[in-house]
Design a protein around this ligand. Structure first.
Ligand SMILES: [Zn+2]
Length: 269
């Protein structure tokens, strides 16, 4: 049994027996794991954190070889991301990010970059006025880090590649779709003019939206704080990216319904 000390974001918890807790965490060193924390719900709890979801903690745990449930012996609260716990909209978007991680990652599969992305995203949701922007950038970058990124350089049906050069941004895309590109969540990315007829579920996206996707999933990533997508691009991308996430990760995202409710309330005043 190895003893591991790491940082972790609490994704979710459930009560166990009288006073214990089982927590699902995204850790910096071991990816998503489940830990049992004995006695943390008792009156004389000896821990320096109650492992509330959406908090950053320092933890020490015994890694069990024969079980997926490890034993945490120490936990200490580092950051509570206070604004998330006070603002329903921020809380909804942050919970949506946690759910994507919970539904799309494998247990005990380390991904330190994904961990850092989540911590930075929660910070951005706390400080930015519009939580939708960091949540969408997170979603695309997480797809990239998990190997689910949409196909944006070739036709996702026939595999043809055509290069287009536009001033300032070099986009590899498909000549048939100049101006607007056709994105198919079902096929897994862009589709060319010839394949368009075979796919009834394509959604149009603009050159600007495509450039944003390529940038977020690209090598020049400088952190989530660098991305400030316009409302127009967010509105254009949120549905195709969400449909893509559902389709390719097989994740049924429960927090989404809640976000949709909040958005329709905001629209109706
Ligand atoms: Zn094609």
């Amino acid at each position: 049994m190895a003893i591991i000390k790491t940082q972790a974001i609490v994704l979710k918890t459930k009560a166990f027996r009288e006073t214990s807790l089982i927590a699902t965490l995204l850790t910096e060193s071991n990816g998503r794991i489940q830990v049992l924390v004995k006695g943390i719900r008792s009156k004389n709890n000896r821990y320096n954190s109650c492992l509330q979801p959406l908090t950053l903690n320092k933890i020490v745990f015994y890694q069990k070889k024969k079980s997926d449930l490890h034993l945490a012996t120490q936990c200490e609260l580092i950051k509570r991301f206070e604004p998330l716990h006070k603002d329903l909209v921020k809380m909804a978007y942050a919970s949506f990010c946690l759910e994507i991680i919970d539904r799309t990652t494998q247990e005990n599969d380390p991904n330190a970059e994904l961990f850092r992305l989540l911590v930075d995203t929660l910070r951005q949701i706390c400080t930015q006025k519009d939580a939708e922007n960091p949540a969408l950038v997170f979603q695309v970058r997480a797809l990239h880090l998990l190997g689910f990124m949409p196909q944006l350089k070739f036709c996702s049906c026939c595999g043809r590649e055509v290069k287009i050069h536009t001033p300032g941004v070099r986009i590899h895309a498909l000549r048939e779709c100049v101006g607007k590109f056709s994105f198919s969540p079902e096929s897994g990315g862009l589709v060319c003019g010839a394949c368009l007829r075979k796919d009834s579920k394509v959604q149009p996206i603009s050159k600007g939206a495509l450039a944003s996707l390529l940038h977020i999933g690209g090598k020049e990533w400088e952190g989530i704080g660098r991305f400030n997508l316009s409302k127009k691009i967010i509105d254009e991308l949120k549905k195709p990216i969400l449909d893509f996430t559902r389709e390719h990760t097989q994740a049924e995202l429960r927090t989404l319904e809640f976000i949709e409710k909040i958005q329709s309330k905001q629209l109706n005043g």
